[in-house]
Design a protein around this ligand. Structure first.
Ligand code: ATP
Length: 358
């Protein structure tokens, strides 16, 4: 295994890309710690696969360097990098049995027969493939084939990292949940560096200890799932994470109070006056309805989503969502909302600013 460092990395698919817009990947610096469980999260086209392919050596970056434990691997071909990659669609050898499929990467590297048998048996057991080891891959359903691909990605003990590129796309929703949890516990046991690419926040947040959130070729934030939820570095992260995402409302900030439409409310920290477009960000979970205190809202409609209700309302002509947990009283006469002061984030020109403790 290795620590993988990306230093001043950028990539353009356009030859000699000169404009910023030409770069599928804008300049980024990042260290993937040895043994970490990472998710690379972002909407379609933000550059996730490009980044993954640069790490595995399928693409040589236009600029910058890729280091494995301090050794420059930027120009090294994929086969020299000792990286396992699992793709969106299963890559299996149909004419081989499941066992032969799993053994293949180990045989290729000349491992002893007994070591191969033991490792294949262990990984097959962990992935729930133990019962079909002697079946031919041909004819197996798509999810079983993708399980084989996943298992093959994990079968080599000595890899520098395992890269998963949206590996659960072809899996049905129930099994998706199961496999996500399985991958997490496999990471705990095997301790390989794993980078899991997805546009699905639930997959990212359940699998990863560290999430790298991308947008338009740029890394906006790297942190724990909790930090992306509680203190998003950029409004895009706030929108993208959570269901529904964070509410953003234009506001004036005066020290430790916010003002919307002439109405004041307390903040959990104190802020210096900053020039630029100022918004508060508050999660639907951290807003409470009240009959007579707080800022006035107009309720538009209520959505029942199982164990809570999402109330869609308007505050000073801006849309706002409020999450009302099961068992909490709510009726349409509650025309005001209060924000939990410690849960308010302040954004200037879309970037979060840090306040000073009160
Ligand atoms: P998805 O989730 O849809 O796979 P992604 O986040 O993985 O998206 P990339 O596939 O890395 O994003 O694509 C980033 C940008 O680079 C996109 O604008 C895409 O159109 C462009 N791109 C990707 N591959 C190529 C290529 N081979 N040639 C030219 N442009 C490309």
């Amino acid at each position: 295994m290795a620590q993988i460092t990306l230093s001043d990395l950028a990539h353009s698919y356009v030859h000699n890309g000169a404009e910023t817009g030409d770069f599928a990947l804008k300049t980024l610096n990042h260290v993937w710690q040895d043994g970490g469980a990472y998710a690379l999260l972002g909407p379609s086209g933000c550059g996730k696969t490009t980044l993954l392919n640069i790490i595995s050596g399928l693409i040589t970056p236009s600029r910058g360097r890729v280091l494995f434990d301090g050794v420059d691997m930027t120009e090294s071909p994929a086969e020299k990098r000792n990286i396992a990659q699992v793709f969106q669609f299963p890559v299996v050898y149909d004419t081989m049995t499941v066992r032969e499929n799993l053994a293949f990467p180990l045989k290729n590297r000349g491992l002893a027969r007994a070591a191969i048998q033991a490792r294949v048996a262990l990984i097959a057991e962990m992935m729930g493939l133990g019962d079909i080891l002697d079946r031919k891959a041909r004819g197996l359903p798509a999810d079983a084939k993708q399980k084989i691909s996943l298992a093959r990605g994990m079968v080599r003990e000595s890899v520098n990292a395992i890269l998963f590129d949206e590996p659960l796309t072809v899996i049905d929703p129930q099994l998706k949940w199961e496999l996500r949890t399985q991958l997490k516990s496999l990471h705990r046991e095997l301790r390989h560096t794993m980078i899991y690419v997805t546009h699905d926040q639930v997959e990212a947040l359940t699998f990863a200890d560290t999430v790298v959130m991308m947008h338009e070729g740029r890394v906006l934030q790297t942190g724990t799932p909790e930090s992306l939820f509680e203190t998003p570095a950029h409004t895009f992260v706030g929108h993208f994470i959570g269901s529904p995402g964070m509410n953003f409302l234009e506001a004036k900030i005066e020290g430790s109070r916010g003002v919307i439409n002439g109405q004041c409310f307390p903040l959990g920290a104190s802020y210096r006056t900053a020039s630029g477009f100022t918004q508060i960000g508050i999660r639907p979970e951290y807003i409470q309805f009240s009959a007579d205190e707080g800022l006035p809202v107009v309720v538009k409609h209520v959505e029942d989503v199982g164990r809570r209700r999402i109330v869609h309302a308007e505050l000073a002509n801006s849309p706002i969502s409020v999450s009302v947990p099961e068992g909490q009283f709510f009726d349409n006469t509650m025309a005001r909302v209060r924000f939990m002061p410690d849960k308010i984030n302040i954004f200037v020109d879309d970037w979060r600013v840090q306040g000073e403790a009160l």
